[in-house]
Design a protein around this ligand. Structure first.
Ligand SMILES: NC(=O)C1=CN([C@@H]2O[C@H](COP(=O)(O)OP(=O)(O)OC[C@H]3O[C@@H](n4cnc5c(N)ncnc54)[C@H](OP(=O)(O)O)[C@@H]3O)[C@@H](O)[C@H]2O)C=CC1
Ligand SMILES: CC(=O)N[C@@H](CCC(=O)OP(=O)(O)O)C(=O)O
Length: 313
């Protein structure tokens, strides 16, 4: 029998990308609420109770509300929002880090944030195995495509900022008040003493992101050499279906406009010639491994299905 699946927030950016990835998947029977009912509390409650699995693609408050609406059912939930990422009773949906079995057996799975996906993929395995110190004040510089901000930011970049005669945005630094909502998960799942200092930015492309962690290795107590970091990450992700450590032959990394989506993530270890400094960089699609691709990967694992999402890596 097909698995009944409800996407709460199916009309949003993440929801639409999830639906796209589910096309042709006969294992799933999708419960769809039409436009008139998609925000109706009663209709959502019914759908949440009728589903075997629900994926929440909602703002945080609406995601919390959805979990309440599902009370009394045994529906399993994958939450794409940041509402439950460090919450008790929730499994962090990063199977490569927490273990596939934990995700497979969980009732409540919280999808990682897009930036933490890159940061944690780079830093968590190295801290866990003592190649980077846990008590270092890390910094993270990142750029994202504007779809990372959902419908509101898409509208801003595609409509308001592109009016004729209006100078469009070339680069948008934000998070300037610090305290970005991704910090708790970055700190918790990398096992860090201090929350990183995080500098996110948006560039005028729809999707894609680079997450860059600069490391002054010579000053970091107990840190490994760059080649040890690269070897360790390569071994850690050996056999992964979506995370690949790439040899760093290039002197630049480029995000292109109008690229197709993808569900993989590449990791890069750059270093100076004497190995005293390094930059760990993750390249991913914020809507792929950073959101919808990760949700499908978790869905597949929770259903005992092959974990690949069907979209190119
Ligand atoms: N975009 C990305 O790259 C990533 C997004 N996420 C997270 O995924 C979640 C969804 O984000 P995203 O898809 O980008 O956001 P969007 O704003 O594009 O979509 C959110 C959707 O939720 C709907 N919605 C809002 N309130 C309710 C409600 N009470 N009941 C039912 N539907 C509601 C909205 O409808 P309407 O527009 O009519 O208000 C909209 O369709 C967020 O928590 C986001 O932080 C996580 C990782 C990456
Ligand atoms: C460009 C942009 O605005 N990005 C979002 C993060 C997108 C994401 O990862 O979503 P969650 O909100 O679910 O964590 C931000 O910085 O808030």
């Amino acid at each position: 029998m097909a698995i009944r699946l409800f996407i709460d927030g199916a009309a949003g950016t993440t929801g639409l990308e999830i639906r796209e990835r589910l096309q042709g998947r006969s294992e799933f029977d999708l419960i769809v609420l039409d436009d008139a009912r998609r925000k109706d509390e009663g209709a959502r409650r019914d759908a949440l109770h009728a589903a075997d699995i629900a994926i929440l693609c909602l703002p945080d408050d609406a995601a919390k509300e959805a979990v309440k609406l599902a009370e009394g059912s045994d529906t399993r939930i994958i939450d794409a929002s940041s509402a439950h990422r460090v919450a008790e009773g929730w499994t962090y949906g990063f199977p490569e880090l927490v273990g596939h079995d934990k995700v497979a057996n969980a009732r409540f799975v919280s999808n990682p944030g897009c930036y933490p996906t890159g940061f944690l993929a780079l830093v968590a395995p190295l801290v866990q195995d003592g190649l980077l110190p846990a008590d270092w004040p890390y910094t993270v510089n990142a750029v994202s495509g504007y779809s990372g901000g959902g419908n509101a930011l898409i509208e801003r970049f595609e409509q308001f900022e592109n009016l004729e005669g209006h100078p469009g945005i070339a680069f948008r630094a934000y998070g300037l008040q610090l305290g970005h909502k991704h910090l708790p998960e970055m700190q918790a799942y990398a096992g860090l003493t201090y929350a990183p200092v995080f500098s996110p930015a948006v560039v005028p492309t729809f999707r894609g992101m680079l997450v860059d962690v600069p490391l002054p290795l010579e000053a970091m107590p107990g840190a490994g050499r760059p080649e040890q970091l690269a070897d360790h990450l390569t071994a850690f992700y050996q056999g992964s279906k979506s995370v690949v450590v790439v040899e760093t032959r290039y002197s630049e990394m480029i995000l292109r406009q109008d690229v197709e989506g993808g569900d993989g993530m590449t990791l890069h270890v750059y270093a100076n010639s004497d190995g005293t400094q390094a930059r760990l960089v993750a390249h991913l699609d914020n809507l792929g491994k950073g959101a919808s691709g990760a949700a499908i990967q978790n869905l597949n694992i929770m259903c005992g299905l092959p974990e690949t999402t069907g979209l190119r890596l």
